[in-house]
Design a protein around this ligand. Structure first.
Ligand code: NAD
Length: 375
């Protein structure tokens, strides 16, 4: 679906991208200052009560404004719960705090849970909403690049388990995603770059024009130029929405969104969570996948060179930390979710820029060559 543009009530341009999932379809609103436009949020809140879930970093920045947006007009009663910040708190223990608050506040099945924050808050809130009284309404207000271009769209929700990342969860779609691009102004530079790696990913797997645009506009994006940010977020949401609409439960094309993630997860686990951000590990993983694709003869070397140069221009890492050995990669990649019936499947690039495949059908010697090159 193309993005529809309309003037918002503040007079600025607002884009709407529709996620087409039949009777569970929902809009993604993208624009500057949208958090100040309460009516956008309120029209997706069917009941009278809202529980905002956020964290201790985001609450001082955006909680009051979100409460104001919801309570203007006086029809809604809003409660909030502030979680500790960090991937290490994406756990069942911390998730229980959301349900504790909901029960203490006597929230009923007509309640809406609103996620205000990055991917961690969004994934946890969605899962909390999916389970609370067997499912309450859910709205996403993502505040990181990562969550605006990727995690808030598509309905994957969940928490980590000590034995694996994102291993406990549910598919649960929100009723709307409200992206106020102004929230990115407070995001630390490293988090900004980490999210940009997922935008590069859309360029590589299905949107060569976006890749070309990124090559020309990376300095503007890093400088948080509002128009550049809005364009990159919108193009990413269009790509994500198309993929999710075609394959909600990852039976096929949705797996292409995992480009760089199998190498990346191995790096995240091998280095210990917290050393590298998710998008940083994905950046390295995408270069490794591109390198392997060149060795297989599936893409021209220029695509690898351009990918590496673009990621470097975004201040992202392109080689794994020195502690990662080829054996560590092999062990850790073997436990990846994409191993099907004992066979490692990878997302690899194929054909002209913008083409990729998900396959276990490749010469394993080429994987060894790539690992030898990078370790
Ligand atoms: P995050 O949620 O941890 O946010 C990064 C940091 O930025 C946190 O410290 C957060 O408090 C802070 N922050 C958030 N918004 C801010 C703002 N506007 N200003 C200042 N600071 C702000 O990390 P993330 O990169 O947003 O998300 C990563 C998570 O998303 C991972 O758990 C990953 O598994 C998940 N994810 C899920 C999907 C999906 O499809 N559901 C896709 C990709 C990633």
């Amino acid at each position: 679906p193309p993005a529809a543009a309309a003037a918002s009530s503040s007079g600025r341009v607002m884009k709407t991208v529709e996620v087409d999932l039949g009777d569970r379809s929902y809009p993604i609103y993208i624009g500057q200052g949208l958090l100040n436009q309460g009516e956008l949020l309120r029209k997706h809140v069917p009941g009278k009560r809202v529980l905002i879930v956020t964290n201790e970093t985001i609450a001082p920045l955006y909680l009051d404004r979100t409460i104001k947006a919801l309570t203007e007009g006086g029809a809604l009663q809003v409660d909030s719960v502030v979680l500790p910040d960090g991937e290490e708190h994406k756990s069942m223990d911390v998730l229980a705090l959301v349900w504790d608050k909901a029960l203490e506040a006597r929230l009923d099945r007509g309640t809406t849970f609103l996620a205000l924050g990055g991917g961690v808050v969004g994934d946890m809130t969605g899962f909390a909403a999916a389970c609370y009284q067997r499912g309450v309404h859910f709205v996403q207000v993502p505040t990181t690049v990562m969550s605006q271009v990727d995690s808030s769209v598509g309905g994957k929700t969940g928490v980590n388990h000590p034995l694996g990342k994102n291993m406990i969860g549910a598919f649960y779609q929100p009723r709307c995603v409200l992206i106020d691009t102004d929230t990115l102004n407070t995001l630390p530079p490293r988090e900004l770059a980490s999210g940009i790696s997922e935008i590069v990913k859309y360029g590589l797997i299905r949107d060569a024009a976006l890749f070309d645009w990124l090559e020309a506009n990376m300095p503007k994006l890093l400088a948080r130029d509002p128009e550049a940010v809005a364009y990159a977020v919108e193009r990413s949401c269009v790509n994500k929405a198309e993929v999710v609409a075609a394959d909600e439960r990852e039976g096929g094309v949705r797996a292409t969104l995992n480009l760089g993630h199998t190498f990346g997860h191995a790096i995240e686990t091998g280095c210990g969570y917290g050393t590298l951000l998710h998008g940083e590990a994905v950046s390295i993983g995408m270069v490794m996948a591109a390198d392997m694709s060149v060795r297989l003869g599936w893409i021209d070397r220029s695509i690898l060179d351009r990918t590496r140069a673009l990621l470097l221009a975004a201040n992202l890492p392109v080689t794994p930390p020195a502690t990662m050995t080829a054996d560590m990669f092999k062990d850790l990649m073997a436990v990846d979710k994409k191993v099907l019936a004992g066979k490692l499947r990878l997302v690899l690039l194929k054909g002209p820029l913008g083409g990729c495949v998900v396959t276990g059908d490749f010469d394993p010697a080429k994987l060894d060559e790539t690992l030898a090159e990078f370790c």
